[in-house]
Design a protein around this ligand. Structure first.
Ligand SMILES: Cc1cc2nc3c(=O)[nH]c(=O)nc-3n(C[C@H](O)[C@H](O)[C@H](O)COP(=O)(O)O)c2cc1C
Length: 426
């Protein structure tokens, strides 16, 4: 039979061969080879079962793979599987273990965000009481562009306590707060589970840190361990809102006066979703979350992109003043990720104009994380390191507002442009 085929093929003219070759992929595309192999496995197993009584397992495997191939060919959801039946699954399997493969084999010890493998290992070593020392020189690439470092002092001072604290609260504040310099960022209940909130607040209570509630307001879980709270008020006014989503003064005053609440933070924006607001999908709005936020259960919970209680920098300062008074004089500040520099200048101008100053300002960078960030907004907003020179343009207000910087290389900028009047600079 082989001889017959060979004779037939060798008798073909070059044109016939070319035409045949051109037709080949259409008749049997190589992408079906894996499926064909499965079919062949079934036939081969059938042969060995009939001939030798063995091959039951391989026929079973072959049949399952053929069934998978049939499903792949007929389904319309995944183009890869339809085009590459059976073998296409390899792509999904490899994709599934991609993070681990990158982490174990490709990434260097100093790469990856938010924490590198080296930082993670250091935390584990310390938690287990193992040595956290490393012989020889630094493994950091100190010549890399943008390398950041902390300046040391030639004359280190002796610290009386390792509990670094700073008093927050200017002249306009009756209940200043002695805050640790290590605190827990705003992470809302809803983005985080009840257990996570319980754990963070217990940590805050044990370490003397302040736990920022995030815009999801104060839940019952924030109250269990009694750790200090910074109550964040976002544009949805959760925990202090009317049914139409506007700000409710009396509800605010009731919560703000809780002894556990030490500071009030108005959230203007955050680095992970600048200018965007947010949505907690209805399916995630459980009875507990609804109770904490003061919204209906099971309905999409919307944080508008901007506040309804103020729309200009001057109104914002007046709102800060109102919250400070309603809270009984607790330190009141705001959180933002800078977009347009002139909006910052406009706020500084409003502080000078009204004489109302925030007690603290929390600066988030475009690199910050959140529970659910829209990927289309990745890259919007000012990086933290770029904000510092702008904060220096604050017309002598340094002494009144505390700015929790991260460690940054020292840079200074002395230009003082005239700030415009509105948020939009018009
Ligand atoms: C799960 C999660 C939830 C967050 N929720 C809030 C929030 O409700 N309000 C807010 O202002 N920031 C929120 N953030 C942002 C953080 O407060 C912080 O700005 C960001 O993580 C960057 O700081 P970091 O580099 O210290 O993490 C959230 C972040 C994460 C990871």
């Amino acid at each position: 039979m082989f001889k017959r085929i060979k004779n037939k093929v060798t008798n073909w003219s070059p044109t016939q061969i070319k035409t045949m070759a051109a037709q080949m992929p259409k008749e049997f595309p190589p992408r079906y080879i894996a499926l064909a192999c499965c079919g062949f496995l079934v036939l081969l197993s059938l042969f060995t079962i009939i001939g030798f009584g063995v091959g039951w397992l391989t026929i079973l495997i072959g049949l399952v793979l053929c069934a998978v191939g049939y499903y792949d060919l007929t389904q319309t959801k995944h183009a890869v599987l339809r085009n590459y039946p059976v073998i296409g699954h390899l792509r999904y399997m490899l994709e599934y273990i991609r993070p681990e493969m990158r982490q174990y084999f490709v990434e260097s010890d100093k790469e990856a965000a938010p924490f590198s493998r080296a930082q993670r290992s250091l935390v584990y070593q310390r938690a287990k009481g193992e040595s956290d020392k490393q012989p020889f020189g630094t493994q950091l690439d100190v010549k890399a562009p943008g390398f950041e470092w902390i300046n040391h002092s030639m004359q280190p001072s002796v610290l009386k306590s390792h509990d670094f604290r700073i008093t927050i609260g200017g002249e306009q504040c009756q209940q200043p707060y002695s805050a640790s310099i290590f605190n827990i960022s705003a992470l809302s209940f809803g983005a985080l589970s009840a257990n996570a909130i319980l754990a963070l607040n217990k940590g805050a209570q044990q370490g003397g840190f302040a736990h920022d509630t995030g815009e999801g307001s104060i839940s019952q879980h924030h109250r269990v361990h009694g750790g200090d709270l910074i109550w964040e008020i976002g544009s949805g006014y959760f925990g202090c809102r009317n049914n139409d989503g506007t700000f409710n003064e009396s509800e605010f005053a009731d919560n703000a006066k809780l002894p556990q609440v030490k500071m009030i933070e108005i959230k203007l924006s955050q680095g992970a979703k600048p200018g965007h607001g947010g949505v907690l999908p209805g399916a995630k709005v459980t009875a507990e979350i609804a109770a904490a936020r003061g919204v209906p259960q099971g309905v999409d919970c919307i944080s508008p992109a901007s506040h309804s209680a103020f729309s200009t920098p001057v109104e914002m300062m007046q709102f800060i003043d109102k919250l400070r008074k309603l809270s009984g004089g607790k330190p009141t500040g705001f959180k933002l990720c800078i977009g347009h520099a002139w909006e910052w200048f406009a706020m500084v101008k409003a502080m000078l104009q009204t004489g109302i100053t925030p007690d603290f300002i929390v600066v988030d960078g475009a690199e910050g994380g959140t529970g659910a960030a829209p990927l289309s907004h990745d890259g919007a907003g000012c990086r933290l390191v770029q904000f510092r020179p702008r904060f220096h343009v604050c017309c002598g207000l340094h002494s009144v507002a505390k700015l929790p910087y991260r460690h940054l290389p020292h840079r200074c900028h002395h230009t003082r442009p005239t700030p415009p009047t509105g948020f939009g600079g018009t």
